[in-house]
Structure formats: C-alpha cells, structure tokens
Design a binder for this molecule. Structure first.
Ligand code: GCU
Length: 366
C-alpha cells in the first residue's frame, strides 16, 4: 500500500538520496550498493560525523569465573581485555553471562552506563530465561564520557588535540564492542551467527554505529537513541533535540569535523538514514518512548521508513508500518527493520527488552 502520509513527511525533510552515487548515478542493485554506495556512506559518516575508529589491536584476555549463578541457570565470568599500544596499556573489564545448559545461544553485546550485573537497564535473568547470553561493558571503563581524550582507550590512540576526523567517544565505545565480538567468536557458548549489539540513548547511537560498521553483528537494538542515532536530523519535531543542541553539549562524542553542520543541518551530505541503511540486510530494531520527546520519535520512525529500501534491495522487508506517525503502544516488528513506541520516559526498560527479544527470536527463526 502506498504510504502517503509518511512519504509527505519524508519529502519535507529533503534527505540526501540514499541510492544516488556522488557522480549522480541512481543505483538499483545490491552489487552497486555493496560496491559503490555502502563504502561511500560509511566513509562519509566516519569522516564527517563520528570520526575514524582506531586500528585493530589484539588485546590480551583473562577470564575469571564468578560464584553467582542466578538460581543455577547461568554462568558468569569476568573477561578483562588488556590493550597495549606502543607501551601504553589499558585494561577494560567486561561481564559474560550465559545460560548454564551447555548449549549455544544468541548473544547481546550490551553497552551499559554502569558495570552492574544485573543492572536497572539489564534484566539478566529475564535474558537467560529467554535463551540469550549477555556480554556487557561499562562505557566509562572504555574511555570516560567527557572531553578528556587522555583516559582509557582514547589515551592509547589519540595523540595531542583532536582535529578533523579524529575519533569521538562514540567511536571508542563502538571499537570496544567490536573487540568483544572478536572474543565472542572464540567462545563455544555463543551462536556466532546470532550475536547482536544493544544500547540505550548515547549507547544506542553507539550500538547503531557498531552494527553499521561491523557486519558480523546479526542485529542491533537501539533504544531511545534519538539525535545522531536513529532519528533523522532534518526537520526535528517540536521539542526534539537538534544537531546544534547535541554538538554544543557533547562535541566530544563526534569528530571535530562535525562542527560545521551544527548550525547548518540542511548542508549535511548525509542524514541518519545513511547510517541505518548500512545495517541492511541484517536486523535493526529501534525503540522509543512517548515521554521521551527529546529523542524525536517521529524522526526515528521516519528513518526506519527512509532506510528500508536498502533492505528491499536484498529482497527483504524493511519496516512494516501503517501510513501514519507513531502512536503510543505501536510495536512494528514483523519486518527486518522494527520500531516500537511504549509509554513512559527515557529509560531502557524490561518492556523494551521483551519487545527486542521477541523480535530477534522471530528474525533468527526466519
Ligand atoms: C542527552 C543527549 C542525548 C542522549 C542522552 C543520553 O539527553 O542530549 O542525545 O541520547 O543524553 O545518552 O542519555
């Protein structure tokens, strides 16, 4: 069915054409997407928004089993990643928890605000009961959430003042998620083709970037990520965060090159549909909450619609949604791009997890 309301909304945004090459050619095949536009959008987003993620470094790994077993249903190990770059060292502690049934399981790599297990954002037993493993890291243990690039992993890679396309903090957190993916690939408890990445808010932005860059991730769950995450930046809704708001408060999440767009969003040669489209043909689930106006839920849903044509190139179904803006209670998870819109505030709730787990299970069984 034709989407009149949604396509009118998208027209107002005058987004850069997802399928138009820099030399003006319209693409229509998966090969052209993979050979020309996929690498092009990836390059543009790194150069102009998030910065270039650091080069691969193999960490030294140490694991230790914890005595807590979650009512006999799980195994909990701490896994430390020791990075050494030109004599400078940093150790990142992570938490690995998986069902104790000796079988392989799908996993969430979870970027969290705190190191706690369980955590208000991470209902561990619920995840175990649903057959998922968790590999969690506290983002501040990777590098601190501020403008100080002499902390954690940033200290190993950043020399002097940041300029141009030097990595922002989102890029460092994302780098760590990929190193956790490297390690999970060596663990027999993980179903290696069924590992996803999840995060909330600034870490939902990070989760999206991670899945966009690292094709080993089978799915992404980006909760309330809003501006510079799942929401389109052009024509923000009333009360939604603008690029100028985010850049003025959190310039260190991005590359310095992003500054030029803060007050000139319409000049950006990209928008967030270019990021979400890079996840195709894998699964992407976006969550919003009605009281979280700041995360611009209309623009989150519109991005799902705008980027869905990348899934269609693969013969997959992007978002399946009625022709209207979101209404509280919406759960659209029948396609490979999903969106849900729950009651309440900005928070990574058990309600969100239940939607994501259900969507991922459906996806993995297709
Ligand atoms: C701020 C910021 C948002 C971000 C949020 C969070 O509100 O403006 O862009 O998503 O913090 O990470 O909690």
């Amino acid at each position: 069915m034709e989407k009149i309301v949604l396509s009118e909304e998208l027209k107002k945004r005058a987004l850069p054409e997802l399928f138009l090459t820099p030399d003006g050619k319209q693409i229509s095949t998966r090969e052209e997407w993979e050979n020309i536009l996929r690498p092009y959008w990836r390059e543009v987003l790194l150069r102009e928004e998030y910065g270039r993620v650091p080069p691969y470094v193999a960490p030294e790994i140490q694991t230790e089993r914890k005595p807590i077993d979650f009512a006999g249903k799980a195994v909990w190990e701490t896994v430390s990643f020791r990075f050494n770059v030109s004599g400078k060292e940093h150790v990142v502690p992570t938490q690995l928890i998986y069902p104790a049934d000796g079988k392989k399981h799908p996993f969430f790599i979870y970027l969290n605000f705190r190191p706690d297990i369980p955590d208000i954002y991470l209902p561990v037993e619920e995840l175990m009961d649903n057959g998922f493993g968790i590999f969690s890291v506290c983002y501040n243990d990777v590098t601190t959430d501020n403008g100080d690039f002499t902390t954690g992993l940033a200290a190993l890679f950043q020399t002097g003042e940041r300029t141009a396309d030097d990595t922002g903090k989102i890029g460092y957190w994302s780098y760590m998620a990929s190193r956790m993916m490297d390690y999970l690939q060596t663990r027999p408890e993980a179903d290696h083709a069924a590992i996803g990445v999840a995060g909330h808010s600034r870490l939902g932005k990070t989760a999206l970037l991670t899945a966009a860059l690292d094709e080993r991730f089978a799915f992404v769950c980006s909760n309330d990520s809003g501006c510079c995450g799942a929401a389109l930046s052009r024509c923000r809704c009333e009360g939604g965060e603008r690029v100028v708001d985010i850049f003025n408060r959190f310039p260190y999440w991005f590359s310095p090159s992003f500054a030029k767009y803060a007050e000139a969003v319409e000049t950006m040669p990209f928008d967030q549909h270019c990021l979400l489209a890079l996840v195709a043909p894998r699964a992407a689930y976006i969550g919003g909450a009605i009281q979280d106006v700041w995360a611009d839920n209309d623009n989150q849903l519109l991005n799902c619609v705008a980027s869905s044509k990348a899934w269609e190139l693969y013969g997959k179904t992007g978002i399946i949604t009625p022709d209207r803006l979101p209404v509280c209670g919406d759960i659209f998870t029948d396609g490979d791009v999903g969106f849900h819109f729950r009651a309440g505030k900005h928070y990574h709730s058990r309600t969100d997890w239940l939607v994501y787990m259900d969507a991922v299970k459906k996806y993995l069984s297709r």
